[in-house]
Design a protein around this ligand. Structure first.
Ligand SMILES: NC(=O)c1ccc[n+]([C@@H]2O[C@H](COP(=O)([O-])OP(=O)(O)OC[C@H]3O[C@@H](n4cnc5c(N)ncnc54)[C@H](OP(=O)(O)O)[C@@H]3O)[C@@H](O)[C@H]2O)c1
Length: 319
């Protein structure tokens, strides 16, 4: 079905890191009819809330960026929440997409669904070819369910439902709560506070050796909007960065941006997670998407946002 700039687009998770950026990006591209609610108003784990929302809003396109998300610490502490919350959200949303004959559904999966020992760079077809990284196994299982539900709906009902697999993301509106945050906001906060309180040394987790890629969230949004506008017969797309970097080099760049003069000390007793995770992105590059922000530019923008919003940052808890 053809859709146009007035088609109603439901962004699940509209207040999150990805959701806010997606809304901005859609508006920039002329899509003005966007809906979505906070989890306080619509709990997507509850099927009645989701049924009611679809009946009231009648969206035509659905992008699912709602999830219980967090770093190694939160994944380790709340494995059940990571598995059940995400499974419920995914099931409720796709089921209502089918009931309401939604023609296009885009599910946000993650690079952490790929096996720990994947060949690198990781192609989309490597999914389920090996054991998962144990530090995020329960989250990954739920995210794989979301991917497979899209595939099943394509196969059984010929729906244009597909998944995107972003690498690690960062940017304005990220979560800076140290219990639930990812690596970049955690590094920014720890190093910023060390500078502020004149602490001579900051302890960081792990060896600093793992290789990672990071994408500025607005670049991801451009990728999702590009995919939303085309009709290729594909079930999944990696979206990642050109650059791979060791965590200790990343920490050094952030230290320089913050201008912290103290030392960074690595606590090797803490887990590193998977040693390397590099996505192969030729599929999405072929349809015209490429990363625009360098890591340094993205980090500077993110740190500026953090400084500006320091007083209003919310604690983000798993419940
Ligand atoms: N961040 C990354 O590095 C990364 C990397 C790869 C993939 N992803 C994927 O990208 C998607 C978005 O992640 P993000 O980083 O934007 O996460 P985020 O900032 O934590 O945002 C998640 C959003 O989901 C909403 N949400 C969570 N539980 C909900 C519920 N029960 N009912 C309704 N809404 C609920 C939250 O709503 P409220 O704010 O209203 O509570 C929030 O807006 C997720 O699917 C994630 O797996 C993220």
């Amino acid at each position: 079905m053809a859709f146009n700039k007035k088609s109603k687009i439901f962004i699940a998770g509209i207040n999150g890191l990805v959701g806010r950026s997606l809304k901005k990006c859609l508006l920039k591209h002329g899509y003005t009819n966007i809906c979505g609610e906070s989890s306080a108003l619509i709990d997507l784990r509850k099927s009645n809330d989701v049924i009611k929302f679809f009946n009231t809003e009648k969206p035509e396109i659905v992008i699912n960026a709602a999830a219980t998300v967090g770093g190694i610490l939160a994944n380790n502490k709340y494995p059940y929440n990571f598995c059940i919350d995400n499974s419920l959200i995914e099931c409720n949303i796709i089921e209502n997409c089918l009931i309401n004959d939604i023609k296009k559904y885009i599910f946000l999966s993650s690079s952490c669904v790929y096996p720990k020992k994947s060949n690198q760079p990781i192609k989309e077809e490597y999914l389920l070819r090996g054991k998962l990284e144990p530090t995020n196994e329960f989250y990954a299982i739920a995210k794989i369910l979301g991917v497979k539900l899209c595939e099943a709906a394509r196969k059984q009902f010929e729906k244009n439902y597909f998944s995107v697999f972003p690498c690690n993301l960062y940017g304005p509106h990220d979560n800076f709560d140290l219990e639930t945050s990812h690596v970049i906001p955690a590094l920014i906060r720890k190093i910023h506070e060390a500078k502020k309180y004149c602490v001579k040394e900051v302890e960081l987790w792990g060896s600093g050796e793992p290789l990672r890629e990071f994408l500025y969230v607005d670049d991801l949004s451009e990728g999702i909007v590009t995919l939303m506008q085309q009709n290729k017969n594909e079930t999944s797309y990696n979206i990642g960065s050109k650059r791979e970097i060791k965590i200790y080099e990343l920490a050094q760049i952030i230290k320089n941006i913050i201008d912290y003069q103290g030392k960074l000390k690595w606590n090797k007793k803490m887990p590193d997670g998977t040693p390397r995770k590099k996505l192969e992105t030729s599929k999405i590059n072929k349809i015209g998407w490429k990363e625009k922000h360098s890591l340094e530019d993205g980090l500077i923008k993110t740190y500026k946002w953090y400084l500006k919003n320091l007083k209003s940052l919310k604690e983000k808890k798993i419940n």
